[in-house]
Design a protein around this ligand. Sequence first.
Ligand code: G
Ligand code: G
Ligand code: MN
Ligand code: NA
Length: 261
Amino acid sequence: VELLAGLRRAVAGGEFVLEYQPVVDLVTERISSVEALLRWDMPGQGRMSPTDFVPVAEESGLIVPIGAWVLSQACVDAADWYARFGISVAVNVATAQLRDPEFVSTVVGALRFSGLSPQALVLEITESTMIAATAAETDAVVKRLEQLRARGIRIAIDDFGTGYSSLSYLRRLPVDILKIDRAFSMDGPDGADSEDTALTKAILQLSHSLGLSTVAEGVETSERADTLRELRCDRAQGFLYSKPVGAGELDGLLAAETQAT
Ligand code: G
Ligand code: G
Ligand code: MN
Ligand code: NA
């Protein structure tokens, strides 16, 4: 209850900030996009991680206004990076946002306000979006995603491989990008064990045969990056390249990369 009251105040009080984690092209090793990650700076109490407050925000429905703020802030920040560096931005979208009939106009509004090109925006949804949804809800979500894609916005499936209905879900949802969960890069000496690598290989074959672009999450070692490159994974994200950083720091990373060429 206390957390919920705090979250209500946070929306109005400007207590949220965004960090950005680079996503690197495995061939060029340059930043091609960033993922926006929400942080809550509680006055006098430090920063709280989204894993601790997003579930509460989802249950209470507060994720809808919070998510609208995330979208508009991320689009404003990314408009500059896209213009200067061609970088796109990925925003996490909760199930409650996708079920909101106003969601398409919220996204379109954020693009208009910021001037960001729809081609520079990716929406990350998770496999759990379809679990416990009625057929009518599923149809409504699919229709919204199709409307967004028709405008040039891309859709990514986040944390792929850890949910329940991965394959049927891929058939149903209009998606462009598949993000392989970091669980597949975490367990062994090169960051993954042989079983993880076999599964990663199968996921990459599947995604490529469906014409999807691929991002591996949680890449912490150059050995893992080499394996992923050999398996033709397109892009990677993880501590090997950068942890999530503030907008100012990301700006510095992008500028340094441009100077290096
Ligand atoms: O980077 P980090 O440890 O903070 O992310 C933890 C989790 O919180 C991730 O699963 C991520 O998808 C989720 N998350 C981060 N930012 C947002 C956001 O803006 N909206 C939603 N719905 N989830 C987010
Ligand atoms: O949206 P998603 O569930 O992918 O959220 C990304 C989460 O993963 C964030 O909490 C982020 O801080 C975390 N993360 C990003 N890179 C790495 C990594 O290389 N290793 C680990 N263990 N966590 C990571
Ligand atoms: Mn994500
Ligand atoms: Na993820």
